[in-house]
Ligand binder design. Sequence first.
Ligand code: ZN
Length: 77
Amino acid sequence: MSSSVRVEAYLESLGGAAACDRCISDAFAALAPWSANLAARRLACIDAAERARERCGSCGAKMLVTRTRQAVPQAHR
Ligand SMILES: [Zn+2]
């Protein structure tokens, strides 16, 4: 399974909450921080996720975070 698929599944499991690259990396024992960053940027590229400078839902740090796009419209329907 590619890292971007695993990261997308992880972001969906958060229910639309934002996660920074470090928390994404920490969620997978074998995923290096640069690999988490690449996967998150790839997801943003295909509009599966959005990246913004916000507070991370896991560690609380205000930095560049990623959240899945799918969970947002479903929550408002
Ligand atoms: Zn974090």
